[in-house]
Write a protein of this length. Sequence first.
Length: 327
Amino acid sequence: MNKTIQKIFQTGKGILAADESTKTISKRFKVLGVEANQKNISEYRNILFETNNLNKHISGVILYKDTLDQQLVDTKKVADFLKENNMVAGVKVDESTEKFSKNNIELYTKGLDGLKERCDCYYEMGAQFTKWRNVFSVEEGVFPTDEIIDKNTSDLVKYAKISQESGLVPIIEPEILRDGNHSISETKKVFCKVFKALFKKLESEQVQLDSLILKTSFVVSGSELIYDDAESVANETIDIFENFVPKEIGGIVFLSGGLSPSQSFSYLASTVKKAKEIDFTTPISFSYSRAIQSNAMVVWSKNQTNEAKVQEIFFADTEKASKALGQ
C-alpha cells in the first residue's frame, strides 16, 4: 500500500475522479442534451482515459465499479490500460445515500454490507485503492448533528479497515457541503468537529494512517455567498490540517465540491503555497472530477466524434491542476 501512496503522490500529479454513478453522470449528460445510455457513458470515459500523455498530470483514476472491468477499444480492460500507462486504478466502493433522520436533510452512506468481498474482488481485478464518501450539511446551530457525525465517521473508519485488510489504500472523503449561506468561520467549526471525531476513531481503531488518504473540500463559505478569496481559504484550510490531521497520513487530496474550474485551481495553488511557506510536510494534491472534466464534456456533447478536440481541452485542464501544485 505504501507503494500505491508513492505512485499517487508523484510530483505534479493528481487523481482523476471518474467515479460518477450512472445516475449522476446521466444527469450531467441530460443537461447537455446527450442521451444518457451506457454506450455514450462508456465512449465518453474512454476518450478521457486514452488522452495522449495523460499520465504527465494524472497518477491515478477513481473508477465507478462498472468501469473497472470495462474494455477499451483495443479490448484491454481499463484497469490494465491504466497500469500499462503508469496510472493507478481505484474504485468507488460506497453506495447510495439514505436519509438519516426525520429532518430529511442529513444523509448517511450505504455500502458496508458485503464490502470485504467486493474489495477482495476489486483487488483481483487490478484496483489498488478505494474511495468512500460521506456528506455533512451545514446550518449554524442545527447541522451537522452529533448523531450524524458519529455515524458517518464511524462508517468511514469501518470502511478504511476493510479496505486495508484487502490490500487497498482507502481514500476517506468526509465532504462538508457548500449548500447554504453559512460563513467560512461556521464551515471551519464543522471541519473541527468532523475531523476531530474522525481521526480520533481512526487512531483508536489502529487504522494504518500512512496507508490512508484524506479527500477533502476546501474550507469555504456556503455557495449562496460570494466566493472567498484564495488566501483566506488557504489559511483556514491549512490551519485545520495542522490542528486535526495527523502528520502520519499518506496524503491529502482536494475535491472541487461544486467550485468552478478556475476557483478549484486558484484555491489549490494558494493552499499548496501556504503549506510550503510553513513547511507542512504531508503530500497535497487534487482529486478532481468536474474541475477537469466539465469543459471537455461540453465540447464532447456538441460533437461526439471530435475526440481530438475533447482530449485537447481535457489535457489542458489537467495541466492547469498540475500547475496549481507548483509544477
